[in-house]
Design a binder for this molecule. Structure first.
Ligand code: CP
Length: 310
C-alpha cells in the first residue's frame, strides 16, 4: 500500500493478510530488518491516548525513527495549514505521517496534492472527523478473528452514536465485506437510514441476546455542536435506554464478546462495574492495536519500498 487512509479499498483477502501478519507479531514473530532509516511523525491534531501511543510503540518495534511533532506547540498555532505543515515535514526528510484530524477526509489533499506540489510522503490515517478510523477497524477485526476464527455467519451489533462515529463508519463496511451480518441499535436520532444497506436496525433489548459481537460506541459529545439532541442528553436516561447494564449483560450469549473503541463513558454506554467483565474485550483490543498497527505500517513501508524493504 502507498498510503493507509481508509478500509474502503481493501479486499477481504488484504484484510485477512493484515490480520495474519498482526497475529504473527503478537505470537513474537521477528520484524523485518531495515537497511535504511525511516522517519515517521505522529501528527495528532485531535486528542488521543490509545491510537497515538500504540502507533508510537508499533513504530519503535519496527525500528522506525520517530520525529516528535505536537500541533499545539507548532506553527499550526500561527495559522499554518496542515498541507503546508506536511510540506515542511516532507522537506525535512520525514517519510511517513500518521495523522488524526477533525476534518472528514483531510487526507484527500495530501495524497492527491496539487500538480506542482513537492509533497510525496506516506499518509496513515489515525482518524478523520466522523469519517474513518482504519487502524481501529483493523484491530477490531483482529480481535473478532482471534475470538471466533472466522467472520462468515457472525452477527455483529453496532450500538450507540452511529452517525458521528468514525469507528462505526469503517466497521460496518468491512464487516459486510468479510461476510458478517451487521445490526444496529441506539437512539434513532443518531442513526442515518443510509446505513440500512449494511444491516438492520433493532431495539436494543431484542438485539443483545442474539449477537455474537456487541460493538459499543462512545457518545461523541464533541461532534454534537449543532445537534439539538445534545441539549436533551442525560447520562442516566441514555444508559437506561441504550446502555449495557448488568441486566442486559446477563442476557448476552455465553460466548459473545463486547467491544468498545474507548474511551468509555462509564454508566453511559456501559455500566462502570462491567468494564473488566469477562466478555468485555477492551484490553485485548488495545493490545491488538500495537500488532495491527505494526502490520499496517509495514504494508506502507513495503508499498513505498522504504527502509530497503521490498
Ligand atoms: N479508540 C481511539 O481512537 O482512542 P483514542 O482516541 O484514545 O486514540
Amino acid at each position: 500500500l502507498h498510503h493507509f487512509v481508509t478500509v474502503e479499498d481493501l479486499t477481504a483477502e488484504q484484510v485477512l493478510s493484515l490480520i495474519h501478519r498482526a497475529e504473527y507479531y503478537k505470537d513474537g514473530g521477528k520484524t523485518p530488518t531495515l537497511t535504511k532509516p525511516v522517519y515517521v511523525t505522529n501528527a495528532f491534531f485531535e486528542n488521543s491516548t490509545r491510537t497515538h501511543t500504540s502507533f508510537e510503540v508499533a513504530e519503535k518495534r519496527l525500528g522506525l525513527t520517530d520525529i516528535f511533532f505536537d500541533p499545539q506547540h507548532s506553527s499550526v498555532k500561527k495559522g499554518e495549514t496542515m498541507y503546508d505543515t506536511m510540506l515542511v515535514m516532507d522537506a525535512l526528510g520525514v517519510d511517513l505521517a500518521v495523522i488524526r484530524h477533525s476534518t472528514n477526509a483531510y487526507y484527500e489533499s495530501l495524497i492527491h496534492p496539487q500538480a506542482d506540489s513537492h509533497l510525496d510522503m506516506g499518509i496513515v490515517n489515525a482518524g478523520d472527523g466522523s469519517g474513518q478510523h482504519p487502524s481501529q477497524s483493523m484491530l477490531d477485526m483482529m480481535t473478532i478473528h482471534e475470538h471466533f476464527g472466522h467472520f462468515a455467519g457472525l452477527k455483529v451489533g453496532i450500538i450507540g452514536d452511529i452517525t458521528n462515529s468514525r469507528v462505526a463508519g469503517s466497521n460496518m463496511e468491512i464487516l459486510n465485506r468479510l461476510g458478517a451480518s451487521v445490526y444496529f441499535s441506539g437512539p434513532d436520532y443518531w442513526y442515518d437510514h443510509a446505513f440500512d444497506k449494511y444491516g438492520k436496525f433493532m431495539p436494543l433489548d431484542d438485539l443483545v441476546s442474539e449477537m455474537d459481537v456487541l460493538m459499543l460506541l462512545r457518545v461523541q459529545h464533541e461532534r454534537h455542536v449543532r445537534d439539538a439532541n445534545e441539549a436533551k442528553f442525560s447520562a442516566e436516561s441514555y444508559h437506561e435506554k441504550y446502555g449495557i447494564n448488568e441486566a442486559r449483560y446477563n442476557r448476552i450469549k455465553k460466548n459473545a464478546i463486547i467491544m468498545h473503541p474507548g474511551p468509555i463513558n462509564h454508566d453511559v454506554e456501559l455500566a462502570g462495574s462491567l468494564v473488566e467483565a469477562p466478555n468485555c474485550k477492551f484490553y485485548e483490543q488495545m493490545q491488538n492495536g500495537v500488532f495491527m498497527r505494526m502490520a499496517m505500517l509495514e504494508a506502507v513501508l513495503r508499498g513505498r519500498k522504504l527502509g530497503g524493504l521490498k
